[in-house]
Design a protein around this ligand. Structure first.
Ligand code: BES
Ligand code: MN
Ligand code: MN
Length: 459
């Protein structure tokens, strides 16, 4: 590997500069005014793949944003992996909290600050540079690497499932490799084996036909904001943190002895974790520890609620409407389609007759996934991690979601290795998102070793 590692060292400055160019494209998938920028990021990925020697590089149009595909020159008899990632990013707001602008990447103390630095442009970039290195140093990649980089992950990958279904042959592989998660620390390597799923809904509570004078009418008809709060308490118990939607936990896979053992092996310190959040105390589902609460158990969260008067001073108003956005993180074997139905039915059932409640189910949902760590590509990944970090990886469950991973299993019938190089404090979706350059260096090396391990396993 020395030849490849030397190449990374020699090209480091150019590589970082290139990543900065990629990060300066505001490819915000949820905003229509950025459609052109999202397309520009796709073109950037495609030309970078071509320069790394990939063949059949295509920018595939979809009903939404395009996905980019390509593959290394075919090596007969060698294993095939599919590398998946996303070039779209979350909106940068609130802008005033960024120390340097979100789309003007800046390096401070060995960290690169920009929206998408860790999620996921920086991590996609690692794969591009590993392929470039094999081509430059060895004349090519010793295994078959297919690449699928999409532009809609941050909006729930609405057009990727049809693309995967329609292109099963093109994407056929032995395993999928995804770098879009984090490790426990710079010197505490880990591989993710579980992702939570996601289901979301929005609810509106209405009473009077318009806002009313709270003196003239207040006390005579219901206040929708008050009722919204009551309904929400009816969905999750304030004391036990248990979700009160009937049937919600029915499909939750019980943590077996092996799962508990794996959780116990993950280095975790509640006090340090709590400190990193800034909250005054831990809170979560009764009967479970923090690691289980954030990785192995489902949640019900209010992402936003609004209504009434929120401006300066006092306004004596009886609002006519109240709104809330809810999302639920799901675990195996909960089905997001089933869960949103249960939630809607429960909300409608507990809503009192003195209001009208309207529940809208969100389309962007993802299934949870859990990968059995016992398959060849996972073992190769663990060996690659150990070669670079000089330590065996822990196997962790991630609380976040990558919707397409469950579909890779379902549609392609293949497991995914979630080998990410972010860190827990990277600030994904938040101001001052960063990617640690130590993880950048370890990332390219580990992914290069992974290809080497996969090639060796075949010989
Ligand atoms: N890369 C994240 C998933 C993730 C989050 C991994 C935290 C590791 C730690 C991904 O880009 C993401 O943000 N997913 C969304 C999915 C949603 C928009 C459908 C999520 O988890 O909220
Ligand atoms: Mn991501
Ligand atoms: Mn994200």
């Amino acid at each position: 590997m020395k030849d490849i590692f030397d190449y990374f060292a020699a090209q480091r400055d150019r590589h970082v500069a290139e990543l900065c160019t990629f990060l300066s494209i505001p490819s915000v998938s949820t905003r229509s005014e950025h459609k052109g920028d999202v397309a520009r990021a796709a073109t950037w990925v495609a030309s970078s793949l071509e320069r790394a020697g990939l063949e059949d590089v295509v920018i595939n149009p979809t009903k939404g944003h395009p996905c980019v595909t390509g593959h290394t020159p075919h090596v007969a008899g060698a294993p095939t992996v599919l590398v998946y990632g996303h070039y779209d990013v979350q909106p940068p707001e609130p802008l005033e909290l960024w120390k340097s602008p979100a789309f003007a990447p800046e390096i401070r103390q060995g960290r690169i600050y920009a929206r998408g630095a860790a999620d996921d442009k920086g991590q996609v970039f690692l794969h591009l540079k590993v392929l470039e290195a094999y081509k430059a140093v060895r004349g090519g990649c010793p295994i078959n690497v297919k690449v699928l980089i999409e532009g809609e992950e941050e909006i729930g990958s609405p057009n990727l499932v049809p693309f995967v279904k329609a292109n099963k042959k093109l994407l056929a592989c032995d395993a999928v490799i995804v770098s879009d998660t984090h490790m426990l620390g710079v010197n505490t390597p880990s591989i993710t084996v579980g992702l939570r799923g996601l289901a979301a809904l929005q609810m509106t509570v209405r009473a009077a036909k318009s806002d009313l004078h709270s003196g003239t009418f207040g006390g005579g008809v219901a206040n929708p904001l008050q009722v919204l709060a009551e309904i929400l308490v009816g969905c999750k118990d304030p004391k036990s943190g248990k979700i009160k939607i009937p049937g919600f936990y029915d499909q939750v896979r019980k943590l077996g002895a092996a799962d508990k053992k794996a959780l116990a092996l993950v280095p975790h310190d509640d006090a340090a974790w709590l400190k990193s959040t800034g909250a005054p105390a831990l809170f979560g589902e009764a009967g479970f520890g923090t690691l289980a609460r954030i990785g192995a158990r489902p949640t019900f969260e209010i992402n936003g609620m609004w209504g009434g008067y929120t401006g300066e001073g006092v306004k004596t108003v009886l609002p006519s409407e109240a709104h809330a956005k809810i999302s639920m993180r799901l675990v195996p074997d909960q089905d997001p389609r089933e869960i949103v139905k249960l939630a809607k039915a429960h909300i409608e059932a507990i809503a009192p007759d003195h209001v009208k409640v309207d529940v809208r189910i969100d389309k962007n949902m993802g299934s949870p996934s859990f990968v059995d760590p016992n398959f060849p590509a996972m073992a190769a990944a663990a060996r690659a991690v150990e070669r670079v970090f000089k330590k065996a990886p822990a196997f962790t469950r991630e609380g976040g979601s990558i919707p397409i991973v469950a579909d890779f299993e379902r549609v392609l019938g293949r497991p995914t290795v979630l080998l990410g190089f972010g860190l827990p404090d990277d600030g994904l979706h938040a101001p001052n998102e960063k990617f640690d350059l130590r993880m950048f260096d370890k990332g390219v090396r580990t992914l290069a070793c992974l290809i080497d391990e996969l090639a060796a396993a075949q010989r």
